[in-house]
Design a protein around this ligand. Structure first.
Ligand code: COA
Ligand code: MG
Length: 285
């Protein structure tokens, strides 16, 4: 998935708009975009809305975290909507993903859904423990886990720190560290790596550059918070015609059967061939 649009679940106008935004995935939010007293309303509105939802975007739901006291209420309410998956925020380590997987086993049974059908995207950088323990994710069997997503604001709050960004927009070192840990863990697990939000949502050029950098770093998609960001992110995560043409030339250069070849005065070996094949696969998808 290239674009993942967050939609506050208690906002009827945004629910109505979401279907036409062209996002690969929608994440209906029950967590931090909804005030505590609005959570029951948000659950009811969302479940009603999803009864007639017939959009092309995958449906995901961000539930509240395990320590919030709201998570079981969220799952009990929304599993009947059979979302593609849930986004689990503020994990502390792999055991949180395991615990919620067990909750989903029960909820799926009660709702008459196939066992294991609901996926999980874990937000894996919102607690200091999760950042320190990122490598443990890779040592567990977590079959529901479809993607890792990262965010800096909650980590900053947990650290009692200030603005996680530097004046020029770059992440301060601890958040860049968390971002790269998320990227590496996702690829080690063979699942999608999703970059965090670009908050300056009226700045289209900034969003484009930020999204392109994320793809070059190895992220497979990015969160959007506003409909205007969706086409920008989709374009940034779609290989350009020039990239596709170059990848085809790289693949053609290996047709002789040699493992190291030259193209335009540059040496190419097997990693270049793998990257070219991967790019064509992404373009085809
Ligand atoms: N999903 C669906 N529709 C959205 C949307 C979203 N995330 N953000 C804005 N829209 C809609 C608005 O409702 C409006 O449509 P309308 O005129 O039919 O009501 C249209 O897009 C234009 O919105 P605009 O006026 O430019 O923005 P805003 O001031 O209403 O909202 C935000 C700005 C940032 C508050 C809003 O984009 C938002 O709530 N984003 C999601 C925040 C979130 O989920 N955060 C948690 C995850 S990081
Ligand atoms: Mg958050």
């Amino acid at each position: 998935m290239r674009s993942i649009l967050f939609v506050p679940a208690d906002n009827e106008r945004k629910l109505a708009k979401a279907i036409s935004c062209g996002a690969d995935a929608l994440v209906f939010d029950l967590e931090d975009a909804v005030m505590p007293e609005r959570k029951p309303v948000a659950r009811t509105l969302l479940v009603d809305y999803l009864k007639t939802y017939a959009g092309k975007s995958e449906v995901w739901i961000r539930v509240n975290d395990l320590a919030s006291g709201e998570l079981l209420r969220d799952l009990a309410a929304v599993v009947v909507s059979a979302p593609v998956g849930i986004v689990l925020p503020k994990i502390r380590g792999p055991e949180d993903v395991e615990t919620v997987s067990h909750y989903l086993d029960m909820a799926e049974t009660q709702a008459g859904l196939a066992a294991g059908s609901i996926g999980i995207i874990a937000v894996c950088t919102e607690t200091p423990a999760a950042v320190l323990r990122m490598g443990e994710l890779v040592t567990r069997s977590l079959p529901r886990l479809r993607a890792l997503m990262w965010g800096g604001e909650d980590l900053s709050a947990a650290l009692g720190a200030g603005n996680p960004r530097q004046p020029d927009g770059r992440w301060r070192p601890v958040y860049e560290h968390a971002r790269l840990q998320c990227l590496l863990a996702a690829h080690a697990l063979g699942i999608e790596a999703l970059d965090t939000v670009y908050v300056d949502f009226r700045n289209v050029d900034g969003c484009r550059q930020n999204s392109e950098q994320a793809r070059y770093d190895g992220f497979t998609g990015k969160i959007a918070i506003h409909p205007d960001q969706v086409p920008v992110i989709n374009a940034a995560f779609t290989p350009s015609e020039a990239e596709v043409a170059h990848a085809r030339r790289v693949i053609a250069a290996f047709e002789s059967g040699a493992g190291a070849v030259s193209l335009d005065g540059q040496m190419l070996d097997i990693p270049h061939l793998k990257s070219a094949r991967r790019l064509l696969a992404a373009a085809a998808a």
